[in-house]
Design a protein. Structure first.
Length: 462
């Protein structure tokens, strides 16, 4: 390129020197003639120089303009920009360097985008909610879990201030404190707008001085707090259930030690009370152990084909004498409209478990059915499920209490429940046993008209 510029100008300068040398050796007439020639040649040379300069400037300016436009396009985000040139000189080297630079830039941007997408995928798949904020508490990023935990809409969140999206004063105070101090902050909050959801918030300031923002990590502790409340209620209920029979045993034993043991007429009554309450304690402990084994999935089930009719009739016969003492009629018969002959209907279950389920349901029916009442136990096959129903015309269960009757120690009428006995764990055991055998149980009831418990167990036989 520089040769194209300096060679023409060098030749013109050399020609001027030659003419000047000739001019100095000539006479005045000849000099006048030479001056005219010089002027003509000067104009011609100036024209040629102007044309050559214009051509050379275009040769130089065109690739420079193309390079400038390429740089502008790269600045606007077009990483695929390339400049083609056959020039082997300095401009060609400059353009080839530009192309190599854009290739490396494209690779780095592609890598950054890949890392960014990978990070977003990881954050979106997290169980915890993540919210990134700038120094002015404007939202930079919210993952999917945070949208659920904070009950936010998924559109147009970036750029909004956090207090515009979440109206919780304690959360705002935690964020402000995290932005001011380098140590991470932690606090557990309850959000009424999210269905009384309990969240543990961890707030940490982003590195940098001044601070660039903060990151919030949200852990959903709602289920943990619910289980903690259930544990507290369970401990309180167990303590109460153990305390009552122990108090009776203690009083009877103290009375006997104080001299009642010599009272032939009354000592048997105290001893019977001790035996009765001891049996109650034993039943309570055995029920607690049974629930613990079922919930821990350490209970071993032996699945065999059990004749449904036989196991139902045996259960009814076991409770018939107690029912007759209260003039209660107890019956067993197949359901109407069953899709299988009731005589040979079998179910693949654990025999001890199905016996315990039926005994608990029928025992409850006898306890809560008034004198001269009726209890019916029926069975059948419906939609590939073995159905067993226990129906009574007893006192019934209020609709508000139905969802909770399978909870441990839950009693609809606590005074009547303790009067008729029981541990308060029977229906909870029934539910766990049925679910362990891949079945389900439901209850329907009307106060004053009676209750129906329906057990559904899968029927696997073709």
């Amino acid at each position: 390129m520089f040769q194209k510029i300096f060679v023409p100008f060098g030749l013109v300068f050399l020609g001027i020197l030659i003419i000047l040398a000739i001019f100095l050796t000539q006479t005045d007439l000849e000099r006048s003639y030479i001056i005219k020639i010089i002027l003509v040649l000067g104009f011609i040379g100036a024209g040629l120089i102007a044309l050559e300069s214009n051509r050379i400037s275009k040769i130089i300016a065109s690739p420079l303009e193309e390079l400038s436009m390429g740089i502008q396009r790269v600045g606007l985000g077009d990483d695929n920009q390339r400049i083609l040139s056959d020039d082997q000189g300095t401009l060609g080297n400059l353009m080839r360097s530009f192309n190599r630079m854009t290739e490396r830039l494209e690779d780095k941007v592609s890598k950054l985008e890949e890392d960014r997408q990978q990070l977003r995928t990881i954050l979106s798949g997290m169980v915890e909610g993540v919210v990134a904020l700038d120094a002015n508490q404007r939202v930079l990023y919210v993952n999917d879990r945070a949208l659920i935990l904070l009950d936010l809409q998924s559109h147009a969140l970036e750029g909004k201030r956090l207090w515009e999206l979440v109206r919780n004063r304690e959360m705002m105070d935690l964020v402000e404190e995290a932005l001011r101090q380098p140590e991470p902050k932690r606090k557990e909050l309850t959000f009424a707008t999210s269905g009384n959801r309990s969240l543990t918030l961890h707030a940490a300031r982003l590195p940098g001085n001044p601070t660039r923002g903060a990151v919030l990590v949200l852990h959903d502790t709602t289920e943990l707090r619910r289980l903690e409340r259930l544990r507290q209620e369970f401990v309180a209920n167990v303590s109460h259930e153990l305390k009552t029979p122990l108090a009776v045993i203690k009083v009877c034993a103290e009375t006997l030690l104080d001299g009642a043991v010599e009272d032939c007429e009354n000592r048997m009554r105290f001893l019977e009370q001790i035996l009765e309450q001891s049996e109650r304690l034993n039943n309570l402990i055995m029920d607690l152990l049974s629930i613990a084994r079922i919930e821990a999935e350490t209970e071993l089930f032996d699945f065999i084909w059990v004749p449904v009719r036989e196991v139902v009739e045996q259960c009814v016969n076991r409770h018939r004498d107690r029912a007759m003492q209260r003039s209660i009629s107890i019956n067993a018969f197949p359901m109407e409209g069953s899709t299988h002959p009731h005589q040979d209907l079998e179910c693949l279950v654990d025999e001890e478990a199905i016996v315990q389920i039926l005994d608990n349901l029928v025992d409850n029916a006898v306890k809560y059915t008034p004198e001269h009442g009726v209890i019916n136990v029926q069975w059948g096959l419906e939609n590939k499920y073995v159905i067993i129903q226990v129906l009574d015309n007893g006192i019934g269960i209020p609709e508000a209490d139905l969802p909770r009757i399978f909870e441990r120690f839950y009693r609809v009428d606590k005074a009547r429940s303790r009067e008729v006995g029981g541990t308060g764990l029977g229906l909870s055991i029934v539910k766990h046993l049925v679910q362990a055998m891949k079945g389900s149980i439901s209850a329907n009831s009307q106060v004053g008209k009676g209750t129906t418990f329906t057990v559904r167990l899968p029927y696997a036989k073709d």
